[in-house]
Design a protein around this ligand. Structure first.
Ligand SMILES: NC(=O)c1ccc[n+]([C@@H]2O[C@H](COP(=O)([O-])OP(=O)(O)OC[C@H]3O[C@@H](n4cnc5c(N)ncnc54)[C@H](O)[C@@H]3O)[C@@H](O)[C@H]2O)c1
Length: 279
């Protein structure tokens, strides 16, 4: 798919990756881009800043009624949705001790919202025999997110759901991609680094931290090829292969990295490069 004359919806649209996707879709000639975020003021400001092709709307993606209305309103205004980007996401920086509210919020935002989006857009896409779902998952969904148990579990579930959707609907014209970046310079990562979360420090030590615009470049290329797995950090494919071939060795490499980071905390010299990456 290319974006020329396309109608796209992007959730988490006030955030780093969502707003970069919107800017890039407009530059590629999209007919309309609807940005949805629970932060009404921020999403309106982002949309207004990009231009008249973009519309910002307040939507909580964990509320199925609001997702249905987002889809129905977009279809009423523009006639169809060519591409739905389920991009809103949350991290916790916590382990299994995260309270049930954080586990529940992670499940609802990172997974259930993708279910709600699919339920809402599939009927019209299947009727037209055409459509595209881009689900922002994470490298955490094919590897692990050290220091964030709810994020790891729910991003794995998000990749599993995207794969299920791809297998189930591809032959009926609906294409699906799972966007799986490692570190990206957005408020999500910056907040984790500021809070000193181990997971954010592992990400920063595990490879390049990309700009949201670089992620948008990878998305445009991935959509053009209609590739299932979109990996803005191509090395993630190698890590996933290593994890599959030698899970114990891969885990040992990550544990070593964590030990080095912990030992290096408070020292001025950075830790040596990691033997294996983690998102
Ligand atoms: N930044 C990274 O390093 C990184 C790496 C891999 C994957 N991701 C994923 O990329 C996606 C975008 O994250 P980002 O890095 O741009 O972070 P971000 O924090 O800048 O953006 C996330 C956006 O999601 C919105 N959001 C959260 N809960 C919502 C809800 N219930 N309803 C509607 N909107 C909601 C937030 O308001 C925010 O604007 C997320 O799914 C994230 O998990 C990020």
């Amino acid at each position: 798919m290319n974006l020329t004359d396309r109608v796209a919806v992007i959730t988490g649209g006030a955030g780093g990756i969502g707003s970069a996707l919107a800017r890039r879709f407009v530059a590629e000639g999209a007919a309309a881009v609807v940005l949805a975020d629970r932060d009404a003021a921020a999403v309106t400001a982002v949309a207004d800043g990009i231009g008249p092709v973009v519309r910002g709307v307040a939507v909580d993606v964990t509320d199925e009624g609001q997702v249905r209305e987002l889809v129905a309103d977009t279809e009423r205004r523009y006639g169809r949705i060519d591409l739905f980007c389920a991009n809103a996401g949350v991290a916790t920086g916590a382990g299994v001790e995260a309270d049930d509210l954080d586990w529940d919020r992670s499940w609802r935002v990172n997974v259930l919202s993708h279910v709600y989006a699919a339920r809402a857009v599939l009927p019209a896409m299947l009727a037209r025999g055409e459509g595209y779902l881009l689900n922002t998952c994470s490298a955490a969904g094919v590897l692990t997110a050290v220091g964030d148990a709810p994020y790891t579990a729910t991003k794995h579930a998000a990749v599993g759901l995207a794969e299920w959707l791809a297998i189930t609907y591809r032959d009926r014209g609906v294409r699906v991609s799972a966007l799986c970046p490692q570190g990206v310079d957005t408020p999500m990562l910056a907040d984790g680094l500021t809070a000193g979360h181990l997971g954010a420090r592992v990400i920063a030590a595990s490879g390049a931290v990309l700009t949201p615009d670089q992620v948008a470049d990878a998305v445009i290329a991935g959509l053009a090829e209609e590739r299932f797995l979109i990996l803005p950090h191509p090395e993630v494919a190698g890590y996933a292969l290593r994890r599959a071939e030698d899970p114990d060795g891969w885990q040992a490499g990550l544990r070593k990295l964590v030990r080095r980071l912990r030992a290096g905390a408070g020292q001025s010299t950075p830790p040596p490069p990691p033997p294996a990456a983690s998102p």
